[in-house]
Write a protein that binds this ligand. Structure first.
Ligand code: NDP
Length: 458
């Protein structure tokens, strides 16, 4: 069964989805993450395409699943002890129909073309949902910053930008951070761009406040995810206050999701990293979160030491937090971190909502299970759009050569997240339920499709 309201009700469009996917898989062999991301969208939007002859004639769906271009290049750099290393890097400019390309850079050994194509494709819909004029892109390298010295990371970033600078620009393509690319990496990348181009311009977002960054950019994805979650509860006359939240991840998105959740009175009982998860039944409060920030942002070590400081908490090596009974699951680490089995366990334990801070953290069968169960399920392209939204506001500030006050940025973020929520409700209403997956996919699709149709054959 699919996500689309119509497809779910009477199978309408399911044959077309199958045919479309079989062509896409043939054209993009072995790119399983990309297939998964496309399937989820096509299941939702096929009924819309079938109802619109112009979209069918213009092959909108076929064109929207083909990147505008893929740039792939070698990054050669030198270790501290003088050895030469080479990595592979990409920038995938997926769809520029509604604005200059915008999307993060990821440095992680698991990065490959399939992962970046799924992320670039998702980004196109997410950026459209924000209402800001931003096309979709993603990039990165199979480089692992872990265990590298600051100087090594600097040399890698400088080498990468030496090639990338000719493909990006404030009116062309504006990268930002993602997994493995935080303030340190953005600073090195921006410094090298400025040196090569001799222009101080908004070519990257997530910059430091002293050189063109925006207040609240680092908090934006996590804060936005919690605001979206709160909006889903408010839609049915409830709130996240007093609810237990299981968060995965302990990086940029997770840390600020936890910060906002605490501020709104929820009880965060888990966090995780690539080595395991912590369970704190008493709830992670502001002091405990400060300690986690110290471990992850400063010392860059695992969460293993947390229970030594906070008795009552436990650490579970090599495990994910989904077997712990909770009211809200908020995956904020990486793709495909909730399997079908995890979903059944969460549902069995009475989970009321799943709200995605990470990109595509839920496998397709798990996502289907959440939709079928009728719980509140906020998909990534809507729930985690706060980061790119504030990136868009950073671009505006750079163009104006002004820095807005933190309160103004926070209020704009809140307005944008609520408007994304309302778009999902508008396009996802299904009787007395709201299918946020359908709502986000159709809401994101329409604006891009309209722009592509208007351009004619380009
Ligand atoms: P970070 O690198 O800051 O943090 C990632 C966290 O997830 C770390 O705690 C890391 O563990 C953990 N993690 C990474 N890979 C794995 C894995 N394979 N298995 C288990 N845990 C893992 O990244 P972000 O917080 O920026 O990004 C997290 C997610 O949110 C990604 O899906 C990203 O695409 C998405 N996202 C990020 C945005 C942003 O503004 N940063 C915007 C929108 C989406 P460890 O600490 O051990 O490395």
């Amino acid at each position: 069964m699919g996500f689309g309201e119509d497809a779910a009700m009477n199978g309408r469009g399911s044959k077309e989805v199958e045919d479309f996917m079989s062509g896409l898989i043939k054209r993009n062999p072995g790119e399983t993450e990309f297939h998964q991301a496309v399937q989820e969208v096509v299941e939702s939007v096929m009924p819309v395409v079938l109802d619109n002859e112009e979209y069918r004639k213009a092959q909108i769906l076929e064109r929207m699943t083909e990147p505008d271009r893929i740039i792939i290049f070698r990054v050669t750099w030198e270790t501290d002890d003088g050895c030469i290393r080479a990595n592979r890097a990409w920038r995938i400019q997926f769809n520029g129909a509604i604005g200059p390309y915008k999307g993060g850079l990821r440095f992680h050994p698991s990065v490959n073309q399939s992962v970046l194509k799924f992320l670039g494709f998702e980004q196109t819909f997410k950026n459209s949902l924000t209402g800001l004029p931003m096309g979709g892109a993603k990039g990165g390298a199979n480089f692992n910053p872990k265990g590298k010295s600051d100087r090594e990371v600097m040399r890698f970033c400088q080498s990468l930008m030496t090639e990338l600078h000719r493909h990006v620009g404030e009116h062309t393509d504006v990268p930002a951070g993602d997994i493995g690319v935080g303030p340190r990496e953005i600073s090195y990348l921006f410094g090298q761009y400025k040196r090569l181009e001799n222009r101080h311009t908004g070519v990257l977002t997530g910059k430091g406040l002293s050189f063109g960054g925006s207040h609240l950019r680092k908090e934006a994805t996590g804060y936005g995810c919690v605001i979206f979650c709160q909006s889903m509860f408010e839609e049915r006359g409830d709130s996240i206050e007093g609810k237990r939240i299981s968060v995965s991840g302990a990086g940029n998105v997770a840390i600020y999701a936890v910060e906002k959740a605490i501020a709104l009175g929820a009880k965060v009982i888990t966090m995780s990293d690539s080595t395991g998860f912590i369970h704190d039944p008493d709830g992670i409060d502001e002091d405990k979160l400060t300690f986690i920030k110290l471990l992850k942002e400063r010392k860059r070590v695992s969460l293993e030491g947390y229970p030594d400081k906070y008795s009552g908490a436990s650490y579970h090596a090599g495990k994910r937090p989904w077997a712990v009974a909770t009211d809200i699951a908020m995956p904020c680490a990486t793709q495909n971190e909730i399997s079908g089995e995890d979903a059944r366990e969460l549902l069995g334990n009475g989970v009321q909502a799943v709200c995605e801070g990470a990109n595509m953290p839920t496998e397709l069968d798990a996502a289907h299970a959440f939709v079928e169960a009728g719980i509140l399920y906020g998909p990534a392209k809507a729930a985690n759009a706060g980061g790119v939204a504030v990136s868009g506001l950073e671009q505006t500030q750079n163009a104006e050569r002004r820095v807005w006050k933190a309160e103004r940025v926070e209020s704009e973020l809140s307005t944008i997240m609520k408007s994304i929520h309302d778009k999902c409700v508008e396009h996802g209403r299904d009787g007395d339920r709201i299918n946020y997956v359908t709502g986000a996919n159709i809401g994101g699709f329409l604006k891009v499709a309209e722009a592509m149709r208007s351009y004619g054959a380009v």
